[in-house]
Design a protein around this ligand. Sequence first.
Ligand code: ZN
Length: 352
Amino acid sequence: MSFKIPVDDLLKEFSNYYKRMEIQIDYIDSLDSKYFLDESSIEELKKMYPEIYEQIPLNKLRIIQNVTFRQDVVEPLLNSMDGSEKEKLENIWVSFLPISSINAKSLHVPNTKIPTIILYDKVLGALHFYAESYLIARELEKIDARIENNFLKYSVRVILDYLQKKRHDIPLYHLPYKIKERAALWATAQEVFIVAHEFAHIYLNHLETSKSDRLIWDGKKINVKEFTYDQQQEFEADLQAFRWIMNLKKQDLDNSLLAFIKNIGVSAEIFIFFHIIEENLKEISTTHPASKDRLRYIYENIKDEISKEEREFIESMFQSIDLGFDIKDFKISKESEDFLNLMVNNIKYDII
Ligand SMILES: [Zn+2]
C-alpha cells in the first residue's frame, strides 16, 4: 500500500490558520520546542511507515498532525455548531503536545484572555492502542479465551506504564489495513469528545471562574497555568460536549473519520477507558468526577433523545464498568510480551 500525504497543501493550510491564531500557535510552539517524540519511537515509526518519514521532515510532523486533526475532527465539529457557538470557538487552536497525562486542557495564553486547547498526544496514542487491542482481543478469543484475557491485561498494563513513563513506547502491530482503519474510527469517536469537552469549558466561560495551578510538565513544574474546574462544571462540559456530538452526527459522516459517532455509545466508551485507568492509577482521579458518575450524568440527560440501540449500548457499559478491571498485580515478563506479540502478528484476521 502506498499513499501520499499532501504535505505542501497542509503547510499552506497551516499558514492560513496561523494568520488567524498566531498568538496561540506561537505560545504552543514555545512549549513544543522543548519536547518531541522519543528517539526510540521515531526509529520504530520510520521502519513501519517509511513513506511518511521520507516525505515529511520531523520538524514539520507536529504541524501536519495538528492540521490533519483540525480538518478531520475539529472543523466538522465547529461546522455543526450553531452560529453563535461557532463564532465564539472557531479561532481557538487545538494543538498536540507530548505530555504524559490522561487529559487535555483549555487555558489562556499567559498574560492574555485568549483561550487555547492542548491535547496530550500520549493519551490519544493510548486510545488508538486500546482500540486496536480490543479488536485483536476479539480475534484471540476465537483461539483461546485465556490468551485473550491475558492480552487485554497486557494491553492495559502497557497503557498504564506508558502514562506513568515506566515505558516509552507502545507496541506497533503489523495489522491488516481494515483493522487499523476500524481502530482509527473507534478512537476518533472518542477524541472528538475530548475536544468537545474542552471547547465546552471555554464556551460555558469556565475559564473565568476556574482555579489555576501549575501544569506538571513531564515531571517538571513549569510556568504554565493549569485550570481546575469544580465537579459541576465538569458535568456541564460533558453534557454540552455530547449535545454537540449529537448535533454533529446529523451530518453526512459516512466516509469520514467520524463515521463511528453514528452510535453515540462509541464516544461514551471513553469513560470505560478512563475508568480502567482510574481503577489502576488512583492518584489521577482527583481533578475530574469518577468516570462512572460522568457517564451516568450524561446518560440520564440524553437518554430520551437517543435511539433504542444507543440506549442499550450505554446500559451494557454500566454493567461492564461495574465488573471492574483490576490489574494492579499484573506484570509483563519479556517472554510473555514476545509470545503475545508473536500471536498478534500471526493471527489470520477475518474481519471484512
Ligand atoms: Zn474538564
